[in-house]
Write a protein that binds this ligand. Structure first.
Ligand code: A2P
Ligand code: MG
Ligand code: MG
Ligand code: MG
Length: 399
């Protein structure tokens, strides 16, 4: 099973990629940032030592390739799903095939591109159901779609057996933690969006000693151009966002256009700041976010979108705030935020829990969070956290 040249060669220095800012990357209002001053790796950067020792270029190239191919697989399954009749739309099998197929493909590609005895993957799915008698047909379909995707790409001469698929999926059982390197994968983030034909993402990050050091977000239904103020935001070939610690965030189309550097909105005015939240009311408390937005004086209605595509859209300034407040009892998983978090922070944004603490990805498969997650630029974060605090206090006192 010899490997051919990968889809993406390692970019030794992303800062040398010319910024073609007018292409693709949208900005909220006219507040474009002039650059990324002060955030790039310098001798005083806390990450300087880490970055010098290992720049993660090979890992990033492998992650971009894996997420891009997984996106192709998901696009194919989603197209078939949306063309199917109503009865098969209520059947959950297509999303299952895409979820497992995406995880198997990413796991296979990472292991082929970066052979290592210590491969560790923290991923959402496991093969339990596929190993039962009722999973046999689904496993056959997954094997078929993974092999079709690999054959169409042509980089590998391998054909995977059903057993290879099960093994690739089960490589994702790692518990992660603060020591060593761990890949973190959500093979389809935003399952509900995938089923509706709306936004979803393939989200892949790498933890090194408990910190997210790179992230890739493939968003097959997110247009390359800004969606700010647009009604229909589901067009085009889709976007790939990628970020490496100390090197900024870049975006390209999923069919491989040149990457452009992106920055979060620089707005300092909360009235101009539109905000993202989950489409699904069951995933985040819309009444709470509405109260916070009101305190901030936000004029625009919320932009409701599924998946970590919200982090991608925010990283290029399509909106300035993302708020996520799951209902009581929900435990956040690291694969739902690792890639999105570095994509936003490398674009100049800030991601914290509701009390202003950074997210800690070193605690295993879950995040230990205080109430919710908020994302915005550095200027707006203190105002956002104040409004969050006040709204949460009001919520408690009204009980
Ligand atoms: N009850 C829930 N509350 C909050 N988030 C949930 C809940 N159930 C699933 N999720 C996960 O929340 C994320 C979707 O958030 P959003 O609403 O912003 O798209 C997904 O990771 C989804 O999982 P999945 O990866 O299986 O789709
Ligand atoms: Mg998810
Ligand atoms: Mg998922
Ligand atoms: Mg799920």
């Amino acid at each position: 099973m010899e490997s051919k040249r990968p889809l993406y060669i390692a970019d030794a220095d992303f800062d040398s990629i010319p910024e073609t800012a007018e292409e693709g990357a949208g900005r909220e209002g006219n507040n474009r940032r002039s650059g990324q001053e002060g955030r790039h790796q310098t001798s005083s950067s806390p990450f300087a030592a880490l970055s010098t020792m290992s720049t993660y270029d090979q890992e990033l190239a492998a992650a971009r390739k894996a997420a891009s191919l997984a996106a192709r697989l998901c696009q194919k399954v989603q197209r078939a799903l949306l063309q199917s009749d109503v009865q098969s739309k209520s059947d959950k099998t297509p999303v299952t095939v895409a979820d497992y197929g995406s995880q198997a493909l990413v796991s296979f590609i990472l292991q082929r591109e970066l052979p290592s005895e210590n491969f560790s993957l923290v991923a959402e799915e496991d093969s339990g159901d596929l190993r039962t008698a009722s999973g046999t047909e689904t496993l056959r379909r997954i094997t078929e779609v993974v092999n079709e995707t690999l054959a169409n790409d042509g980089s590998y001469s391998s054909t995977l057996s059903a057993e290879d698929i099960l093994a690739a999926i089960d490589s994702g059982k790692s518990e992660g933690g603060p020591v060593g390197r761990h890949w973190v994968l959500d093979p389809i983030d935003g399952t509900k969006g995938f089923l509706r034909g709306d936004q979803y993402a393939i989200a892949l990050g790498l933890l090194d000693e408990g910190k997210v050091v790179l992230g890739v977000l493939a968003c097959p239904n997110l247009p390359l151009a800004s969606i700010a103020g647009k009604e229909d935001s589901n067009k085009g070939v889709g976007c790939l966002f990628f970020a490496k610690i100390g090197s900024g965030t870049y975006m390209q189309s999923l069919d491989g256009s040149s990457p452009v550097k992106v920055n979060v909105s620089a707005t300092e005015n909360t009235e101009d700041a539109s905000f993202f939240e989950s489409y699904e009311a069951a995933h985040s408390m819309h009444d709470l976010t509405s109260s916070i937005a009101k305190k901030l004086g936000v004029k625009a209605p919320p932009v409701r979108m599924d998946s970590q595509a919200k982090y991608g859209a925010l990283s290029r300034g399509d909106g300035a705030i993302y708020m996520r407040f799951p209902h009581k009892g929900y435990r956040e998983k690291i694969w739902d935020h690792a890639a999105g978090c570095i994509v936003v922070t490398e674009a100049g944004g800030v991601v914290t829990d509701a009390s202003g603490q950074p997210l800690d990805f070193s605690k295993g498969r879950h995040l230990n969070l205080d109430t919710g997650i908020v994302v915005t630029n550095q200027k707006l974060m203190p105002l956002l956290l104040k409004a969050v605090r006040e709204s949460l206090e009001e919520q408690v006192s009204s009980l």
